[in-house]
Design a protein. Structure first.
Length: 142
């Protein structure tokens, strides 16, 4: 008889938040985030994504550089059971538009330096997501 195993990386983040809360989780540029701070940021973004309709199996596209926001978006998407779709930051507007049309993500998160690429691809039709308090339940432990 087999038992389901929860392999969602969010489970590991929450474990570290609980048992290593003050240790560094993310060091990016001149900022260091503890596991507690990073998990809190992830939860806030997950709540905003959930409020925007993101749920299990939904795609969340990301256009930007490797950064704390990249990690936050990836974990927030996984928190909700979604599919994280990072795009190569070197893509031309036509390529971004093609990938948006093929993928049909529920939400796209774009770092400020890449907004002109999305604007050129499709115009300014994407609504930004701002973090909100409250939100999704925690992933179920196995």
């Amino acid at each position: 008889m087999s038992h389901p195993v929860n392999i969602n990386p969010v489970r590991g983040l929450l474990y570290n938040q609980r048992y290593s809360r003050d240790l560094p989780a993310v060091i990016y540029e001149d900022r260091t985030l503890s596991y507690d701070e990073f998990a809190g940021n992830v939860h806030e973004l997950a709540a905003s994504l959930a409020a925007s309709g993101v749920g299990e199996g939904d795609r969340v596209m990301y256009l930007g550089l490797n950064s704390e926001m990249f990690l936050r978006t990836m974990f927030a998407t996984w928190w909700l059971g979604g599919v994280f779709e990072p795009l190569n930051f070197r893509l031309a507007p036509r390529e971004v538009g093609d990938l948006l049309a093929r993928s049909a993500p529920r939400v796209m998160i774009v770092e400020p330096g890449h907004v002109p690429v999305v604007d050129a691809a499709l115009g300014a039709w994407m609504r930004p997501v701002s973090p909100a308090r409250g939100g999704p339940s925690r992933p179920r432990p196995s």
